[in-house]
Ligand binder design. Sequence first.
Ligand code: HEC
Length: 109
Amino acid sequence: MKRFASALAFFFFCLTFSGYSFAGDKVAGEARYKKSCIACHGPAGKGAASYPKISGREVSYVKSKLETYRKGIKVGPNSSLMIMMAKPLTDEEIANLAAYLKDARYVNN
Ligand code: HEC
């Protein structure tokens, strides 16, 4: 019981000091994805034509890409499209999107 209490205390400690960035909310990420990313990256981030596949990647990969675009830094030939999309994203939205995309799978049925 004592161990459980300290585990719980540690959990709330993390929540308080991490600004929630350690674990994104997949459900919120999916909703955000469908709102403004699906048009280019396709269902579940599977990619389409010149738009890269973005699902199945590490959370840290997607986060750092989105943070880079948000800063306005070009990394590829079509970065300007992504810079425009990433500018309004909050840290929380980026974490949510990355959490969703990590396990997103396109099922063709
Ligand atoms: C207007 C079309 C468009 C929209 C909408 C869009 N993207 Fe992109 N995205 C691109 C293109 C084009 C690239 C490649 C950019 C480059 O050349 O640097 C890209 C690249 C990326 C990458 C990096 C892929 C890699 O492996 O380098 C990520 C991550 C990404 N987009 C996530 C998102 C998310 C999340 C959203 C929604 C907030 C979104 N995109 C909306 C067109 C779009």
